[in-house]
Design a protein around this ligand. Structure first.
Ligand code: TXA
Ligand code: MG
Length: 323
């Protein structure tokens, strides 16, 4: 599939002003953007993405001032996080203000807000008279796109254009933080680590597993390749794999065998940030490689490693449970 690749911000702005959808680069993953304040445009985002209407969208803007105007109230902790991490891979879940269409929040009393860090998208957002709603630009349930080509492959013929900002720098979605009972809680792990948030606000909770509304980033099976992914001790899993040449190994920092070009090492430099940046592209490559199985391993459970492990766990899950 091909898409209308755009390199100029004003072109993308014209489509958005015209009520059309444009995929936008962010530092986390590509988003599928449309005017957040126009319910008909938001409905079109749900249709193109084949996304269930109970799954709310993040609103993206250029500044805390623009976004906080969409909230009914802003806890002090949210302002601190915005000061520290915006623009950046952090989404704040705040009580929703009256301007936000029902469809964006799926009827929830909370709205998700984020200032992304990609320079092209920031320039685009500054040039628009409205904020944009933007889910990750992939069909619902599939691996998020980290290049313009990923978007073109799956949604290219259904949207007005794709603003090409190169490969995403972080590679994992934003961390979602809300304030149930006034205290910060993480609803989705992502590009800002729990440790970084705790350095600012003190101990932070993991949000309850089954909140209302449901955040599908919390669904057990999500971010999933079609090829089965099994996680564990790679040598042990390889020893029991029936046909080693039909299996691909996805490892953190070192190869486990030689002579199998399908294998991928996420971070030869041993850095978690490198692994995060490469994870989704690696899952797509492996999915297209015709293997019968992907064998992977857990990463160190700290910093970005916890968000990566969360995505691996969901990519490996067999069923959609967790509703
Ligand atoms: O990094 C990101 O966050 C990317 C880029 C494009 O900004 N966006 C992204 O959007 O990952 P999406 O739609 O794929 O995931 C957003 C998550 C979903 O799990 C959704 O349920 C949750 O945020 N969410 C959005 N609004 C919410 C709300 N009002 N209440 C609870 N969860 C919400
Ligand atoms: Mg998504």
């Amino acid at each position: 599939m091909t898409g209308n690749l755009l390199t100029a911000v004003p072109q993308a702005a014209r489509y958005l002003l015209d009520g059309q959808l444009v995929a936008i680069p962010t530092e986390t993953v590509y988003g599928l953007a449309g005017n957040a304040l126009d319910a008909a445009v938001v409905a079109e985002i749900f249709r193109v993405k084949n996304r269930p209407s109970f799954d709310p969208l993040i609103i993206h803007g250029h500044s805390p001032e623009q976004l906080f105007a969409l909230a009914a109230s802003v806890p002090a902790g949210a302002r601190q996080l915005a000061d520290a991490f915006w623009p950046g891979p952090l989404t704040l879940l705040l009580p929703r203000g009256p301007e936000v269409p029902d469809l964006v929040t799926a009827g929830s009393p909370f709205v998700a807000l984020r200032v992304p860090r990609h320079p092209l998208t920031l320039a685009l957002l500054r040039s628009l008279p409205f904020p944009v709603a933007a889910p990750s630009a992939n069909p619902f349930g599939y691996v998020s796109p980290t290049t313009a080509q990923h978007v073109a492959d799956q949604l290219g013929d259904q949207i007005a254009g794709i603003l090409d900002g190169g490969p995403c720098e972080v590679g994992l979605e934003s961390t979602i933080v809300g304030f149930p009972d006034g205290k910060p809680a993480i609803y989705r792990r992502g590009g800002i680590s729990q440790e970084a948030i705790e350095a600012l606000l003190g101990l932070v909770e993991q949000a309850p597993a089954n909140p209302l509304p449901v955040a599908p980033g919390m669904l057990a099976r999500h971010y999933s390749p079609a090829t089965p992914l099994i996680l564990g001790d790679i040598p042990a899993l390889l020893a029991t794999a029936p046909e080693p040449h039909k299996v691909a190994v996805l490892s953190f920092s070192r190869p486990y065998r030689s002579g199998y070009p399908q294998d991928i090492v996420l971070a030869p430099d041993g850095q978690l940030a490198t692994a995060a940046r490469h994870l989704f592209a690696a899952l797509r490559t492996l999915d297209a490689s015709g293997m019968v199985q992907i064998i992977g391993e857990w990463l160190p459970d700290e910093g970005l490693g916890r968000a990566i492990n969360d995505r691996l766990r969901r990519a490996a899950a067999q069923d959609t449970i967790g509703l």
